[in-house]
Design a protein around this ligand. Structure first.
Ligand code: SF4
Length: 738
């Protein structure tokens, strides 16, 4: 860069997490110089967090992957040869063709992880056209149960909190920690509170949200479904629900009322550890301060109660008259005039006989038969659009079943795995098993595309360098599906970094796959906005570089274009299904319930007295990302395990001590943080790895030393019986000073 190189300011969208904040980046030539929040952004209005501020450090980091590499020697030996993209793609395509010819397309699987930009999980399009049903990403332990439960209950998921100052009278944050996971949302919640809304937080930890709340409930991890059923008991028995809505628009009210009789507050207090008075008070507050919003996180505990909890919450929202009303939980539906990621994935291209081969669907039948039934019901109310529920949420392969299929070749061999932005060895439960699968000779081809080397990438046959969000164009539907925003790339991709989409487009051409594969990401975006009569460039270059759609409320009351009847909800009955038709038809319990999640497999309470929660978010890092960034690591240098004051006193543990966290599967070390107000039985541990350590075996960046997920459970018997979520955030453990 010469001294004369002019500095230009470009609009962009931070994609270090799914909040997608609008930012302004000062650029000189091909170098980003400075970054700040964009005050003119329609949603985030100038906000930027410390991860966003570190974006240039991330872009410039000396350890970023810049060239494709190919493994020499054994997996994990750390010997690599660089090659060109063309060479890598030619070799990968040839090996893939042989695998498909010998084993069928179902022998190819895909595991996508953290959001990194608009082409996230775009490999699903490739899989559908190849004929493989085995996309095994992380939705089942992320927002998937909520989306699925809401779709089963009222024909759209996920509902969006409509935070309207002066209208919304109560916000219930359930396991949600927006001050770390979505700071702009936290700002809006605080604004609502200043406008007079009440705030209720349900979390075993005393978070900032808990401290700011009018009422804080501290349930045992894994008992949230029982708590929601207790709320329903109070609200239904005291007649605090919206009678008009219930009579006009729900089915199964009497059956649900009979079910929740099994959950009186006294019993729920025993199950959850929440005092009876607080259960009653919280239920009354939610039911009587309408409109109210529930904003929840991925189910704390997952496992057998994942769908139960989300179904119970969906029933709460509906019977209290908070569904699709101003200031409540909105059903926004797909945008009318553009194609979304769901359309681009092109699920109809996957033949039905291949869908039936999806790993795990023999047990978790929502992921095939359930998805088809949901599609039939939902398309009626959403303008006839096909598969509006994301297939990677509603028709996903079951990752624990994938690792077992690789190892046992049952029900069939899986020979190839593609991984994008997913450090598998930290992301799933029982990652010791995932490790064995990735090392198995049965897996003939492992391709990883990442921005940095990870423990998982160390085991790959090919590692491909990924472009970051500064280096690729952006166009994405965000928020309440009410705006679609576009911006051009900020700087050219450095080295040979490429977008996720480019990998699939180039591979699809080599494999001769069907479907349209524009040669660039901009071309894909053109496809998406062309129904609105736009191109990506025209949208990205406008002063107002987004499409926005007015909020619609009470979609179910709209009149069908043909027939003149009200649309109703996208369920088989057209009503809110408190009793789910689809679950019943598939042979599952159609009503929400609670099952004790901590079965003997997790260890006995005597040997493992603490309840282990994993996966909590911290503001310095997005999931497993950002551990390489010095400015962020200085603020969060080591894995932190939160323990209560009571546990610390009993075990003689001080702040900053290294402690062992031990489950029946093994133990890891993390540094103790003594959390005031944390439930005395609870331990909250992080998934962790050390990019600064040696990447080769056996260290693998310290993944076995401090990653708690190595020693959590994933047995299919312990998963949600219909949806397959595994017990990602829940277990038993004991702790001791290391
Ligand atoms: S990392 Fe921070 S700045 Fe970037 S999108 Fe997420 S919240 Fe916004």
């Amino acid at each position: 860069m010469s001294e004369q190189t002019p500095i230009e300011t470009k609009r962009a969208t931070c994609s270090h997490c799914g909040v997608c904040c609008g930012v302004l980046v000062d650029v000189a030539g091909d170098r980003p110089l400075a970054i700040r929040g964009d005050p003119d952004h329609p949603i985030t209005k100038g906000f930027i967090c410390k991860r966003g501020l570190a974006a240039i450090e991330y872009f410039d980091h000396p350890d970023r992957l810049d060239r494709p590499r190919k493994r020499l020697g054994g997996r994990g030996e750390g010997r690599w040869a660089e090659l060109s993209w063309d060479e890598a793609l030619d070799e990968i395509a040839e090996r893939l063709r042989k695998i498909v010819d010998s084993n069928g397309p179902e022998a190819v699987a895909y595991a996508a992880g953290t959001f990194h930009g608009p082409d996230e999980q775009i490999g699903n399009r490739f899989l559908n056209h190849l004929g493989s049903p085995n996309s095994a990403g992380v939705w089942l332990i992320c927002g998937g149960p909520q989306v699925e439960a809401e779709a089963l209950t009222y024909g759209w998921g996920r509902s969006q909190p409509d935070l309207v100052p002066g209208t919304t009278r109560l916000v219930l944050l359930w396991g949600k920690h927006p001050s770390a996971s979505s700071p702009p949302t936290w700002g809006r919640v605080l604004a609502l509170k200043r406008a007079g809304a009440k705030l209720v937080t349900i979390d075993p930890r005393r978070t900032r949200e808990a401290e700011a709340s009018d009422l804080w409930l501290r349930p045992r991890p894994g008992s949230d479904a029982a708590l929601a059923l207790g709320f329903l008991h109070v609200i239904m028995s005291e007649g605090l629900y919206d009678r008009e809505f219930v009579e006009g628009w729900t089915v199964g009210f009497d059956e649900l009322a009979a079910r929740v009789k099994e959950y009186p507050p006294e019993s729920v207090a025993r199950l959850t550890g929440v005092p009876v008075d607080d259960i009653v008070k919280a239920a009354r507050m939610y039911a009587t301060n309408r409109p109210a919003v529930i904003s929840s996180s991925a189910p704390v505990g997952m496992g057998r109660n994942a769908l139960n909890w989300e179904r119970a919450m969906a029933c709460l929202i509906a019977i209290c008259g908070n569904l699709d009303v101003p200031g409540g939980n909105l059903l926004v539906g797909p945008p009318p005039d553009v194609l979304t990621k769901v359309d681009i994935d092109d699920y109809p291209a996957l033949p039905p006989e291949q869908r039936a081969k999806r790993l795990g669907v023999d047990r978790f039948r929502l992921h095939n038969e359930g998805y088809e039934r949901l599609n039939s019901a939902m398309r009626r109310v959403w303008s006839g659009r096909q598969y509006v529920l994301r297939a990677d949420v509603g028709a996903a392969a079951h990752a624990p079943s994938l690792w077992r299929a690789i190892l046992n070749e049952q029900p069939y061999p899986v020979r190839a795995l593609f991984v994008q932005h997913n450090n598998v060895l930290g992301a799933y439960s029982n990652t010791q098993l995932a490790y064995q699968a990735l090392k198995s000779p049965n897996l003939e081809l492992l391709v990883v595309q990442e921005q940095f080397m990870t423990a998982t990438a160390q085991l790959a046959d090919y590692v491909l360098p990924a472009a970051g969000w500064l280096e690729k164009p952006f166009m994405y539907i965000r928020g309440l599906n009410d705006w679609m925003l576009a911006n051009e790339q900020v700087v050219p991709a450095r080295g040979e970094r490429r977008s996720d989409y480019q990998l699939w487009a180039d591979l699809a051409l080599r494999m001769g796959l069907g479907g349209s594969w524009p040669t660039t990401l901009e071309g894909l975006f053109d496809m998406m906005v062309s129904p609105a009569g736009l191109s990506f460039d025209t949208l990205a270059q406008r002063p107002q570089n987004w499409l926005s759609y007015p909020k619609r409320y009470r979609h179910h009351e709209e009149i069908e274009p043909v027939g003149g009847k009200q649309l109703g909800f996208g369920t088989p009955t057209g009503k809110v299904e408190l009793r789910s038709t689809i679950l019943e038809e598939l042979g599952y319990d159609p009503l929400p319930a609670f099952e004790e999640p901590l079965t003997p497999e997790f260890g006995s309470p005597e040997e493992y007295p603490f309840l282990l929660s994993t996966g909590a978010t911290v503001i310095e890092m997005t999931h497993q990302d950002h551990r390489q960034i010095p400015s962020l690591r200085r603020q969060h240098p080591d894995p932190i395990v939160e323990i209560s004051q009571e546990a610390a006193a009993t075990l003689g543990i001080d702040i900053g001590d290294w402690i062992w966290i031990e489950t029946p599967r093994g133990r890891v070390r993390q540094r103790a943080k003594i959390s005031e107000g944390l439930h005395p039985e609870v331990v909250v541990a992080e998934r962790w790895w050390y990019p600064e350590r040696r990447g080769e075996e056996p260290e693998l960046y310290g993944i076995w030393e401090s990653n708690i997920n190595a020693y959590t459970e994933d047995d299919p018997e312990l998963c949600d019986p219909a949806y397959g979520s595994w017990p990602f955030r829940l277990g038993r453990c004991r702790i001791s000073k290391a």
